[in-house]
Design a protein around this ligand. Structure first.
Ligand SMILES: [Zn+2]
Length: 130
């Protein structure tokens, strides 16, 4: 039989199941976890689901700022979108190309970050550019 571990709801230390009280802080423990404890809990980080979507959109449609809207950066998204449209209509598309390059760079930056880093930088700290 495999040893079961439970995570203390109070201090998050790992205890052998069946002990009743946390060996670290003495809090009441749940009877058991759903499954055996993994060495590293790979549960998705909230907000990390936007990483791939924003990254791909940045690379494919970067100049339009769609990846900014995905991340909730509406001001930055509008700046990119307006710059792209004005660039296409009035300025031979040069500003649009610059916006496209920014989008590609940002998309690659999103995708190369770990989930934790991505959430910390773009969801928690709301870093608007790069
Ligand atoms: Zn505890």
């Amino acid at each position: 039989m495999q040893t079961q571990y439970v995570t203390c709801p109070n201090c998050h230390s790992h205890n052998v199941a069946g002990g009743g009280l946390c060996s670290n802080c003495g809090a009441m423990l749940p009877a058991y976890n759903a499954g055996p404890m993994m060495p590293q809990n790979r549960a998705a980080v909230p907000g990390a689901d936007k990483k791939v979507l924003a990254g791909v959109l940045g690379i494919v449609l970067g100049g339009l700022g769609i990846h900014k809207f995905v991340l909730g950066y509406n001001t930055e998204g509008i700046i990119m979108l307006v710059t792209w449209i004005v660039g296409v209509l009035l300025l031979c598309g040069i500003p649009s190309m610059v916006m496209g390059i920014i989008g590609i760079v940002e998309g690659i930056m999103y995708l190369t970050k770990s989930d934790e880093e991505f959430v910390h930088t773009y969801i928690v700290n709301k870093k608007g550019w790069f």
